[in-house]
Design a protein around this ligand. Structure first.
Ligand code: NAD
Length: 367
């Protein structure tokens, strides 16, 4: 049997630094748990533009399509700010998402107890929080036509169109129900059915799909009320499914309940491939952090937790994913902090590789 394949795209800025720690962890799972991946590496973003004049070479796109999963670091940097829009580093990432048709974006908001003081909310509101936001990623108001800025009489008018087909709603709803089945069997769907027809259709289709999942308790909430509830008592939720625009806002809101950008992983999933695995791209939520790049200060945990998501959602290795997440939790509970996690009390931060060393030691201790 061939090993599962993993394409690694470290990208720009701190991307290669945090990915170097993930490579060590991938090697650990190979040597200590017999989980061997066929790993290959390629360029994306500014570094791809520097070499090929495009932020994503066609060959890299083809390798991503063929891989069992893609793990990406981050793209961008000030040296690329003046490039034409069509070759900006972010276009490489957008091309990956679009051509792999990654319609379901999973953004966990998980609060490690050791970091509960880091949240802007009270400790008891966030300690132990573990929710998942599923955002539709390839349709809705960011893509709907007509769009543009048009002349109308004596003035200009800016137009974007919220548009969803039944099948687009149904496929993201199914991915959220599947996820709910693997978690607490509780799903809340958020839209604005009170003022938007697309919201009425969203609610109808999600309700229809729910008939295939009688074990999952489905609720509906208007997205604005959802934002309030997420800040008031986020632990009432387990999985939330919502559209592209509301998901953009609500997933950022939920993520920040838990503290630092350096801690947040994500997964973007598409339709199942011939081998039954979904097309998948895993990446930290943060960017290339040019302000700290090359200094060994970056927190590698978001990228490491993105690999944990790959273990769980692409490779059916939920127990090993939990082993990795628990190793991260143990290291944080021991008080280890990269610079971004230092509280006002100060102390000596560990470097990117120091955090990697500690997580590897905690993995060893887990055996
Ligand atoms: P950013 O996420 O790169 O950085 C925001 C702040 O958070 C910075 O102060 C940074 O030092 C800090 N930070 C981020 N990740 C960290 C980590 N792992 N450890 C410690 N500190 C961390 O966002 P930005 O500054 O708005 O953007 C910088 C560049 O990244 C831009 O070119 C932007 O276009 C790009 N970007 C890329 C992605 C992506 O690749 N998915 C996402 C967002 C921004």
């Amino acid at each position: 049997m061939t090993n599962p394949s993993l394409l690694i795209l470290p990208g720009d800025g701190i991307g290669p630094e945090v990915m170097a720690e993930v490579r060590r962890i991938i090697d650990w799972f190979g040597s200590r748990r017999g989980l061997v991946f066929d790993v290959s590496e390629d360029l994306v973003g500014g570094c791809a533009y520097d070499k090929h004049g495009t932020p994503l070479h066609d060959d890299t796109m083809a390798r991503a399509q063929a891989a069992d999963a893609v793990l990406l670091g981050a793209v961008g940097g000030p040296q690329y700010d003046d490039l034409d829009f069509s070759v900006k580093p972010e276009r490489g990432l957008l091309r990956l998402r679009k051509e792999m048709d990654l319609f379901s974006n999973l953004r966990p908001a998980q609060c490690f107890d050791a970091l509960a003081d880091f949240s802007s909310l009270k400790k008891d509101v966030v300690a132990g929080l573990d929710i998942m936001i599923v955002r539709e990623l390839t349709s809705g108001v960011y893509f709907g036509e007509p769009r543009g800025i048009f002349e109308e009489g004596n003035e200009r008018v800016g137009i974007n169109t919220q548009r969803y087909t039944e099948s687009e709603i149904a496929r993201v709803a199914k991915s959220a129900f599947d996820l709910a089945m693997k978690r607490d069997k509780k799903l809340c769907s958020m839209e604005k059915a009170n003022v938007m027809e697309s919201g009425i259709l969203w609610r109808e289709v999600v309700t229809e799909v729910s008939k295939e999942y009688p074990e999952v308790e489905l609720s509906h909430m208007y997205a604005d009320a959802g934002a309030m509830q997420l800040t008031r008592w986020p632990k009432q939720f387990d999985v939330i499914v919502t559209d592209n625009l509301f998901g953009d806002l609500l997933s950022d809101l939920a993520a920040m309940l838990t503290g630092s950008l350096g801690m947040l992983p994500s997964a973007s999933l598409g339709a199942p491939m011939a081998n039954g695995r979904p097309k998948a791209l895993y990446e930290p939520v943060h960017g290339s952090a040019p302000d700290i790049a090359g200094q060994g200060k970056a927190n590698p945990i978001a990228c490491i937790l993105s690999f944990a998501m790959a273990l769980r959602y692409s490779f059916d290795q939920g127990d090993e994913a939990t082993r990795l997440e628990s190793a991260v939790e143990r290291v944080l509970a021991d008080g280890l902090r990269t610079a971004d996690l230092m509280g006002p009390e100060g102390g000596a931060p560990v470097s990117t590789s120091g955090m990697g060393d500690a997580i590897l030691a905690a993995l060893d201790a887990s055996l």
